[in-house]
Design a protein around this ligand. Structure first.
Ligand SMILES: [Zn+2]
Length: 285
């Protein structure tokens, strides 16, 4: 099966693939697996500094999609897809009301676009955000719901007949933050003057809320140095979303040394048998 193995990550924004399961994506790409990323939006609602509007790229979406292409190269992806929506921003913001916002799109419609990609590239394994949207971002939650719907619909003859020949993927995983990392971060950040309830560039991530949302960990992927390096290079591509330089420096580097050597996943389908997997393609013949 080696060179037919195909993996699809469906994420909400450019950077979710790198800051999230980037090392795992690189790990599989390096093994010869065809790895694709479908991204729902171009991250139009992210705040970026004026310097990024140089070099002829005029919108935030253009800048961030350019960063996405850079990350795709670093991770060794076989291709990237844009689902055609606009970043919704966090709950209650003006970006939520934009007619193209992912937040306003019916789940069935988003799922249909993902089904089309699944039928085209035929991934055995699909990864996406967890049901909590990682940190409660409405786009992550919307992407999660649509991907779950698409996972089950892709193999059905009657579902989305216009989206190609049915193909049934084998496994569905959610990317989950390691619990140990979150517990540590919640204790550590106040020591360096940061508020764990207002984490991240846009200060909209409440890490303390995440600690209580326990997702089971059914698969642990151990990462070697080349995979970690690829993730770092890909993360550094998303320059507009980084404050204080690429994540290999400073606090990120410290966190990564402690927690970055493995990625953790919840197996959503088929149901987990109690044993921890060490390979996302485990059991697929
Ligand atoms: Zn995101």
């Amino acid at each position: 099966m080696t060179d037919e193995r195909t993996l699809l990550f469906v994420g909400a924004h450019p950077d979710d693939e790198s800051f999230g399961p980037g090392a795992t994506l690189a790990h599989y790409a390096r093994q010869g697996v065809r790895v694709y990323v479908a991204c729902a939006t171009k991250g139009e609602a992210g705040t970026i500094d004026p310097q990024f509007f140089m070099s002829g790229l005029v919108t935030t979406g253009d800048v961030r999609w350019g960063e996405m292409k850079c990350a795709a190269k670093a991770l060794g992806l076989s291709g990237i897809f844009h689902l055609g929506y606009r970043d919704s921003g966090m709950a209650g913001t003006a970006d939520n009301k934009h007619p193209d916002a992912l937040y306003n799109a019916p789940v069935e419609e988003v799922a249909g676009r993902i089904v089309q990609i699944i039928r085209q590239i035929k991934p055995q394994v699909i990864l996406t955000h967890d049901p909590h949207g990682d940190y409660g971002h409405p786009d992550h939650i919307a992407t999660h719901k649509a991907t779950v719907a698409a996972f089950y619909a892709a193999g059905e003859m009657k579902a989305y007949p216009e989206a190609g020949t049915p193909f049934r993927p084998s496994k569905l995983y959610y990317n989950v933050f390691p619990r140990r990392f979150l517990k540590f971060a919640v204790r550590f950040l106040p020591l360096i003057g940061q508020n764990p309830k207002k984490f991240g560039r846009n200060k909209d991530i409440d890490l303390t809320a995440l600690v209580s949302e326990v997702m089971p960990i059914n698969a642990v992927i151990k990462l070697d140095q080349p995979a970690i390096r690829a993730k770092n290079t890909a993360s550094a591509c998303h320059q507009s979303q980084l404050t204080g330089g690429p994540p290999r420096r400073g606090i990120f580097s410290f966190f990564q040394k402690l927690f970055g050597r493995r990625d953790t996943f919840t197996l959503a389908f088929p149901s987990a048998d109690g044993k921890r997997e060490t390979d996302l393609f485990q059991g697929i013949s």
